[in-house]
Design a protein around this ligand. Structure first.
Ligand code: FAD
Ligand code: DHB
Length: 395
């Protein structure tokens, strides 16, 4: 088999890159380790920046997003038992974020890919990326007991944090930066109306962080900060709802509608960046190259901006015979990635309870939060990062 771009991973970054390349007439094959149903079963992100929603429309998968996504104009910060709105829309000259589940976005992209009859190999075992430091890269994998090879011009490593692409790079050629946080997020999904259908709520309390989000007017997504060694089994639905209420302001707590949860999971929090993001003819994109703690909802959106830059670079290469985009890919991505890393780290630091700073740390956080909500420049800084910095920021 031969293609122009072999994409490893059928998560949001691989699928979106595949559509962007297809629209530009560039052949691509996606090789994914899991089955399609498995990929669709992962409940993860839910808040999309305008750059991401624009990209989805650009590749022709905006219909359901526009019909079913919920546009948010503001967020709310809760601290010291009181709620404060940040008018994100007003502070950014009209920018918004949209609540639309990663599962739905993935489903839309998968359907568009199969409608265009683009090749995707699911359940590929032992995927290997070979020869990307020369001119003839190859992807090798096993499927149904047979070994297959794809020859290609380029490899796009869209295979997430635990993927094979970054892992295949010799240690001396890559630098990794990492910060691990001393807590996790327990997330639940429940078919109950969200307590805050018009704004995402971030709460700082002495008992720890809580977040109220949604997937639709009838489906809520909530998170609470929890110790890293907690198990999902430790958290009955009742315990979760009680804890969530204790972390919100009393008025909002009284309005939380509870019900059986349909998903419950614990995720550790991590900041991670691998540099560079290009190795000869292999390019990393999305979680394969970087992870942010979820506070601020940047992970999926960074994956989308990486593949926007990468598709632009490949289009320049094939249509204009220029390697300028390819040569600057890593630098352009990392410039944006580090700003999102900084923002996610800052919002995580501001909103969570840290075991080592207890009382003093809590008071400093409350002072900073008071500053953020009452200073227009601080609110604007939060808002412009929350909706996503422009793709050409600072250029
Ligand atoms: P992935 O989604 O990880 O996809 C990688 C794919 O590669 C997977 O399908 C995997 O099976 C496949 N793969 C792995 N190894 C191999 C291999 N060896 N061979 C072939 N295929 C392979 N982000 C936001 O923007 N907003 C949010 O609100 C948000 N909330 C989050 C909440 C939680 C609880 C979590 C865990 C994450 C959240 N994120 C959020 C982050 C977001 O989910 C990720 O950043 C996003 O999934 C990255 O997409 P990706 O395609 O790069 O990687
Ligand atoms: C969601 C996740 C986030 O990390 C966030 O900051 C806001 C919302 C969500 O899953 O809806």
């Amino acid at each position: 088999m031969r293609t122009q771009v072999a994409i490893i991973g059928a998560g949001p970054s691989g699928l979106l890159l595949g559509q962007l390349l297809h629209k530009a007439g560039i052949d691509n094959i996606i090789v994914e380790r899991q089955s399609g149903e498995y990929v669709l079963g992962r409940i993860r992100a839910g808040i999309l920046e305008q750059i991401t929603t624009d990209l989805l429309r650009e590749v022709g998968v905006g219909q359901r997003l526009d019909a079913e996504g919920t546009v948010h104009h503001s967020i709310e910060l809760v601290f010291a038992g009181t709620r404060h709105a940040i008018d994100v829309h007003g502070l950014t000259n009209g920018k918004v974020v949209t609540a639309y589940g990663q599962t739905e976005l993935t489903r839309d992209l998968m359907e568009a890919r199969s409608a265009a009859a683009l090749p995707t190999v699911y359940e590929a075992a032992n995927v290997e990326v070979l020869g990307y430091d020369g001119n003839n890269p190859k992807v090798r994998y096993q499927k149904d007991g047979q070994t297959h090879e794809i020859e290609c011009d380029f490899i796009a490593g869209c295979d997430g944090f635990h993927g094979v692409c970054r892992a295949s790079v010799p240690k001396g050629a890559i630098t990794e930066f990492e910060k691990v946080y001393p807590f996790g997020w327990l997330g639940v999904l429940a078919d109950v109306p969200p307590v805050s259908p018009h704004a995402i709520v971030y709460a700082n309390s002495e008992r720890g962080f809580a977040l109220c989000s949604m997937r639709s007017p009838t489906r809520s997504r909530y998170y609470v900060q929890c110790p890293l060694d907690d198990k999902v089994e430790d958290w009955s639905d009742q315990r979760f709802w009680d804890e969530l209420r204790l972390r919100l302001d009393p008025e909002m707590a009284s309005r939380v509608i509870t019900g059986p949860t349909i998903e419950k999971s614990i995720a550790p929090l991590r900041s991670f960046v691998a540099e560079p993001m290009r190795f000869g003819r292999m390019f990393l994109a999305g979680d394969a190259a970087h992870i942010v703690p979820p506070t601020g909802a940047k992970g999926l959106n960074l994956a989308a901006s990486d593949v926007k830059y990468l598709s632009g670079a490949f289009i320049e290469y094939y249509q204009e015979k220029s390697s300028a985009g390819i040569d600057t890919y890593s630098e352009r991505c990392l410039r944006r990635v580090w700003k999102a890393e900084r923002f996610s780290w800052w919002l995580t630091s501001l909103m969570h309870r840290f075991p080592d700073t207890a009382g003093f740390g809590q008071k400093i956080q409350e002072a900073e939060l008071d500053y953020v909500v009452n200073s227009e420049s601080m609110s604007r800084s939060l808002a412009e990062n929350y909706v996503g910095l422009p793709l050409n920021f600072g250029a």
